[in-house]
Design a binder for this molecule. Structure first.
Ligand code: ADP
Ligand code: MG
Length: 696
């Protein structure tokens, strides 16, 4: 097996190893320069690369190529073009030019753009991101690309991410220079832990709600839920184990470093974590992982659910975004081995604390969405309030610095940081930090709010940009300082004093924390429509503009896209519920009642004295719930119509949140109450027990 893994690992990737082996050395050097310093690729070089890449891809079975990109909503997009080019003599050759490699023109007029492209010029182009390797998937050569409009605005999530990485790199290099470290590049690293559910395909196919919305909109709570927590890290079902093995193989072929896998807290829930990588690669890999998770499931008679809340009353799925900054040979969030390294560590730590406090709202927005709204703050995931967990040890250091007092245990640290070395901070072993949305875990931060279905490009774009901004402020100040060490301490001290409110080591799930967070002046943006309007707050637009990550127009377009997306999802969910209630659930209840009534009538016909108490009770109870369903259907219909008539996209999103969601909940409550009264053979939807506790 081990030998096999080494053989297949990266076998479908046009990686550096392949390039080095196959490209003429001058071409390889140009590509390297592009990879390392972002130098533009000239067309001659691109032509050579394209021809070598095509030959390689054809050996791997590819017949088509695609520019693989990340639109503003949805996951990834691809449009396949054949290599094939017919000749006059009736034969064909396989062609792929440098131009086709570096630039594509998908007919992208129907991708969401938030008004960025007028329909007349509804075209954009894709441009190769040579820092992400091309790969072959399903006989298609996939070329990771950025997607822009002809007027130059980014229409995707990758472009701003790359811009934010550059912004951070530039500022972090300035700081490192002050510490006597000349580096050309600092990158951010990400390791996303991906949660998902697996259910049987036949159950999935029997549910319109899962098919159309990715989550169950109906379903009574099962007798047994996750209360026993026996599933967590428990033995993996054989069918799931087979699935995980094949998934690993497929990911390894694509060079995705899938590393750990285990069961999660909820029944039928699992997790996969990769080894971390440079942020843009990690994002690409995570998108590929999600795609493969779905694809491989099909082969095993399973369906992979990536929705944040597929089952009510059962833990939802998130994606923990582990994040750090790294310079060659150095993790900048590692305390280091000398007082000077500690000082450097404290600067980067302070920058993150300040960034998270000042841009809480933006970070919250990056994880806002109709699915994740069901998860955040629901006692299973961090609340909608952003705070930072640093652990007791580090907090003691921080407090000592802020209050000018001496920090003692476990290692002495005098205020000038000149005596001893900061401890390496272990992960706090208490369970408490699982409730924190943003936790320091020894040498990286773990942002735990992203939803399982999301593209984490957004979260990392904001994180990088906000930290870049703080580092810039620090560098501006420190470059002018006479006594550097003193200036650093002053700066760290000031940051901690000003931003201490965002540090919270307690239980993030508790009600007290909500009250305390409010006292501290932290945001508590509970829902997507609450959060999104902050995207266009002046300070946030300015942040993106100042660092060249998004123009004002690009920010506004994203705001529009997200609002529309929210309304559209809720609209689909509401219509799906209406359809299911009217056409499946009410008829099911009616059918059962009809049979029960006939039974009672038949019994009476035999003998008027025979008891029909059971039938009567069932009929009375189910009839009441069915009436309630019917009334709730009317109310939901009316709520949807009101939301649709709003005109303004924010008002519409709010209306979906404030009126449609509660109407959906009411319909669900009535239907779930009917489900438990109705005969099993009559109810058309696979139950929660069946979906979550399948054996195999
Ligand atoms: P934990 O026990 O906290 O889950 P792991 O070591 O298992 O820690 O790491 C969880 C995830 O964090 C993995 O995907 C791992 O690759 C990633 N990770 C580790 N170090 C870094 C880093 N410096 N930057 C980004 N991600 C990291
Ligand atoms: Mg973790």
């Amino acid at each position: 097996m081990a030998a096999n893994v080494m053989e297949i690992y990266g076998s479908m990737v046009f990686n550096e190893h392949v390039m080095k082996e196959r490209l003429p050395s001058a071409t390889y050097r140009s590509i390297k320069a592009t990879l390392e310093n972002g130098q533009p690729l000239d067309i001659e070089v691109a032509n050579v690369v394209a021809s070598v890449m095509k030959r390689w891809a054809m050996e791997k079975g590819a017949t088509h190529y695609t520019h693989w990109f990340q639109p503003l909503t949805g996951i990834t997009s691809e449009k396949h073009d054949g290599f094939v080019s017919p000749m006059k003599d009736g034969t064909a050759i396989m062609e792929f030019s440098g131009k086709e490699l570096v630039r594509g023109e998908p007919d992208a007029s129907s991708f969401p753009s938030g008004g960025l492209r007028a329909t007349a010029e509804a075209r954009g182009y894709t441009a190769w991101d040579p820092t992400s390797y091309a790969f072959v998937k399903d006989d298609v050569l996939c070329i990771p690309t950025a997607f822009c409009s002809y007027t130059g605005e980014a229409l995707d999530k990758k472009t701003p991410l790359l811009r934010s990485m550059n912004a951070l790199s530039k500022q972090a290099c300035r700081i490192l220079r002050l510490f006597g470290r000349e580096v050309e590049h600092v990158s951010t690293t990400v390791g996303p832990e991906q949660e998902y559910f697996l259910i049987k395909k036949e159950d999935y196919e029997a549910r319109q709600d899962l098919i159309l919305t990715g989550r169950t909109l109906f379903g009574a709570a099962p007798a047994k839920g996750q209360e026993l927590e026996e599933h967590y890290f428990g033995a993996i079902r054989p069918i799931v184990s087979e699935y995980m093995k094949e998934l690993d193989d497929e990911l390894w072929k694509l060079g995705v470093s899938a590393k750990t896998k285990h069961n999660e807290v909820a029944p039928a829930q699992h997790e996969l974590a990769p080894i971390y990588a440079t942020t843009n690669i990690a994002v690409d890999d995570n998108l590929l992982t999600m795609e493969m998770m779905k694809k491989v499931a099909q082969k095993h008679g399973l369906v992979c659910l990536l929705h944040e809340k597929p089952f009510d009353g059962v833990n939802g799925s998130g994606k923990h975004n582990n994040w750090s900054m790294s310079a060659p040979g150095m993790n900048l969030l590692d305390p280091g081995d000398s007082p000077r390294d500690n000082l450097q560590f404290l600067i980067f730590l302070a920058a993150v604390i300040k960034a998270v406090d000042e841009y809480q709202d933006l970070l919250r927005i990056t994880v806002a969405g109709p699915g994740n709204d069901h998860r955040l703050g629901a006692n299973e995931a961090p609340p909608a309030i952003i705070s930072i967990f640093v652990g007791e040890e580090l907090e003691a250091v921080i407090n000592a610095i802020a209050s000018d007092s001496e920090y003692t245990a476990p290692v002495k640290l005098k205020m000038d940081l000149g005596v001893d070395v900061l401890p390496k901070f272990g992960k706090d072993n208490t369970d408490r930090n699982r409730t924190s949305p943003f936790a320091f875990t020894g040498n990286k931060f773990e942002f735990r709010m992203p939803g399982s279905s999301m593209n984490i490009a957004d979260a990392n774009t904001v994180l990088n940009t906000a930290v870049a901004k703080e580092l810039k402020g620090y560098a501006d100040e420190l470059e002018k300082a006479d006594d550097f060490d003193k200036a650093v301490i002053k700066l760290v001290k000031r940051t901690i004093r000003d931003h201490k409110r965002v540090i919270f080591n307690g239980n993030g799930y508790s009600a007290e924390w909500e009250a305390e967070a409010e006292n501290r002046g932290l945001y508590n943006l509970r829902s997507t429509p609450d959060a999104l309007p902050h995207m266009i707050d002046e300070k946030n637009v300015r942040l993106f503009e100042d660092f060249g990550v998004l123009s004002k127009t690009e920010v506004y377009s994203r705001y529009e896209v997200e609002l529309e997306h929210y309304a559209k999802v809720l609209h689909i969910e509401a219509l799906t519920m209406l359809g299911m209630a009217r056409r499946q659930l009410i008829p099911a209840a009616a059918g059962y009642m009809s049979d029960i009534a006939s039974t009672a009538a038949a019994k009476q016909a035999v003998s008027a004295g025979i008891s029909c108490r059971a039938e009567t009770k069932i009929l009375a109870a189910l009839s009441e719930k069915t009436d309630a369903m019917s009334d709730a259907v009317d109310a939901l219909q009316a709520a949807v119509e009101r939301a649709e008539s709003m005109g303004d996209s924010l008002a519409e999103a709010r209306s979906y949140h404030d009126e449609v969601l509660p109407a959906m909940a009411a319909l669900r409550a009535a239907a779930d109450a009917a489900e438990v009264l109705c005969g099993e053979d009559y109810w058309p939807l696979p139950s929660y027990s069946r979906m979550l506790f399948y054996v195999e």
